[in-house]
Write a protein that binds this ligand. Structure first.
Ligand SMILES: Cc1ncc(COP(=O)(O)O)c(C=O)c1O
Length: 422
C-alpha cells in the first residue's frame, strides 16, 4: 500500500545534521578514522545534579499541567532574573519536549513569512516549509561576523511592510559562533518595533559565551514582541532529555492561549521525571554554575584552537565568541577547487569526507546559495569528561592540545593536507 502523503511533508528531507551524523557513524563502524565536525552535541556528561533529580523522580507518573510543572516554571523565572536580568511570571513560561518543538509550534501558529539571517540554523527553514510558508533569508556579511544588522533588517522589512513578519534570531549563534552585543540588539529591536515584527529569540546557547560580557537578550529591548526559547540541551549538556523552555510575554497573550491549546491537543505535557530533573537544574543552579563555566572555558579553548588553525590554512573565518561552532569559508581556494571539478559547498563537503574523513556541513544548509563555500564546523569532537578531569586551565601548550583534543588536531591536519594538495 502506498498511502498519499501531505505534499508539505514530502518536500522535507532528513535533517542535514542528523544525516551527516549517521554517515560519520557508519564510517566509524567500518573502521575509518573520522574527524566529526558535523554534529553539534554537548561534549560533556549531564551534571550529576540533574541525573539525581531524574533518578529520584522516576516514579512520577502523573500527567503534568500543559504549561509545565509549576515549581519548575517558578524556578525558571528566578533563573531568568538572576542570570539574565529578565523579569517574567509563571504564566509566561512554557515547558516543551525540546526548544525545537516549541519553536516549530510558534512558527506553525503565527501567520506570515519567517525572516532569518543567512546563515541560520538548519531546522528553521524546514519547519516553515512544513507549515507551507517561506523562510526569507536576510544575507549578512562575513566582515560583521555574519550578524544581522539593523540596516539589513530594515531593508527586508520595508520591502514587506504590508505582511506580518516573524523573525528568528539565534544568539549565541549556530552556525557562526557569533554573539550579539547590547547595542546591536537595541538597534535590531528598534526596527522590529517599527514594523511590528514578532521575534523568536533562540537563546539555547545563552551560557556558552566566551566574551566575558553578561548574556544580552533582545527581550530586554523589545519585551513586548519577543518570545525567548532555551532549554537543557546545550549548556546543561542534556540534549537527550528533550526539555525546552519558552517565554511568551503577556503582550502576546493570543499566542499563549493558542500554544496551550496546541500542547493540550498534541504532546499534552513533557514527561514528568524530566521536568523534575529540570527543576533541580533551575532551582539549584548555583550548585552547577561552576561546572557550566568550566565547560564553557573548554569549549572556548577548542573553538579558538580550530579558529587559529583555519586562519593558518588561509580560510576566512570570523572569531568564534560563543556556542560551539565556527563558519570558515574556502573562498581563497575557489579557483583550485574549480579545477578539481568542485563548484558547490556540498561537493566540497562530500569530497573532504571521502578523501580525508573530515565531516562538516556546507553553507547551503544554512540558506546560502549552492556555490557558497562556507562550512559549518562544530568544535565538540572531544571527550568532555576526560578533558575536564585533566583540564590544566590557562593557555594550552601544543602537547596539551594534542592530548586533550586529538580529533580536532587530526581533522585540522587532514584539512590542511587536502588544501595543500589541491
Ligand atoms: C540554534 C539551535 N536552536 C535550537 C536547537 C534545538 O535544541 P533542543 O534540543 O532544545 O530542541 C538547536 C540544537 O541543535 C540549535 O542548534
Amino acid at each position: 500500500m502506498i498511502p498519499s502523503i501531505n505534499p508539505l511533508v514530502l518536500n522535507l528531507k532528513e535533517s542535514a545534521t542528523l544525516l551527516i551524523n549517521n554517515t560519520v557513524k557508519d564510517m566509524r563502524k567500518q573502521g575509518r578514522e573520522v574527524a566529526h565536525f558535523g554534529f553539534g552535541q554537548a561534549a560533556f556528561p549531564v551534571p550529576e545534579l540533574l541525573v539525581d533529580g531524574l533518578r529520584q523522580n522516576a516514579g512520577e507518573n502523573s500527567y503534568l499541567p500543559t504549561q509545565g510543572l509549576l515549581p519548575l516554571r517558578e524556578a525558571f523565572c528566578g533563573f531568568l532574573k538572576s542570570e539574565f536580568g529578565l523579569d517574567y511570571g509563571v504564566e509566561d513560561i512554557f515547558v516543551g519536549p525540546g526548544s525545537k518543538e516549541l519553536i516549530f509550534q510558534i512558527s506553525y501558529m503565527v501567520e506570515g513569512v519567517l525572516l532569518a539571517p543567512a546563515p541560520s540554523w538548519v531546522s528553521y527553514g524546514p519547519q516553515a516549509t512544513l507549515r507551507g510558508k517561506k523562510l526569507i533569508p536576510i544575507e549578512t556579511q562575513r566582515e560583521n561576523s555574519y550578524k544581522l544588522t539593523a540596516r539589513e533588517l530594515d531593508k527586508c522589512c520595508h520591502a514587506r511592510a504590508q505582511e506580518q513578519k516573524l523573525l528568528i534570531l539565534n544568539n549565541p549563534n549556530n552556525p557562526t559562533g557569533a554573539v550579539y552585543n547590547e547595542e546591536e540588539l537595541r538597534e535590531i529591536a528598534d526596527i522590529c518595533r517599527a514594523y511590528n515584527v514578532v521575534v523568536i529569540s533562540d537563546e539555547i546557547y545563552a551560557m556558552i559565551d566566551f566574551t566575558g560580557r553578561p548574556h544580552a537578550s533582545i527581550a530586554k529591548y523589545y519585551p513586548e514582541g519577543t518570545i525567548v526559547s532555551t532549554g537543557l540541551s546545550k549548556s546543561f549538556a542534556a540534549g537527550g532529555y528533550r526539555l525546552g523552555m519558552m517565554v511568551i510575554p503577556e503582550t502576546l497573550r493570543v499566542l499563549k492561549d493558542a500554544l496551550k491549546s496546541i500542547i493540550s491537543e498534541t504532546f499534552s505535557a513533557v514527561s514528568a521525571p524530566m521536568q523534575y530533573s529540570a527543576l533541580t537544574a533551575y532551582s539549584r543552579f548555583d550548585e552547577i554554575k561552576d561546572e557550566i563555566k568550566q565547560n564553557t572555558e573548554i569549549y572556548k579553548a577548542a573553538s579558538r584552537y580550530l579558529w587559529t588553525r583555519f586562519l593558518e590554512m588561509d580560510l576566512n573565518c570570523p572569531k568564534p565568541q560563543g556556542a560551539f561552532y565556527l563558519f570558515p569559508d574556502f573562498d581563497n581556494y575557489r579557483e583550485k577547487l574549480r579545477k578539481k571539478g568542485i563548484l558547490t559547498g556540498i561537493q566540497l563537503a562530500h569530497d573532504m569526507l571521502d578523501q580525508k574523513g573530515v565531516g562538516f556541513l556546507p553553507g547551503s544548509d544554512f540558506y546560502f546559495p549552492a556555490t557558497n563555500l562556507g562550512a559549518r564546523v562544530a568544535s565538540v569532537d572531544f571527550n568532555g569528561k576526560e578533558v575536564r578531569d585533566k583540564w590544566p586551565g590557562g593557555k594550552l601548550t601544543d602537547d596539551q592540545i594534542n592530548d586533550l583534543f586529538p580529533n580536532l588536531v587530526m581533522g585540522c591536519d587532514r584539512m590542511e593536507e587536502y588544501l595543500q594538495n589541491l
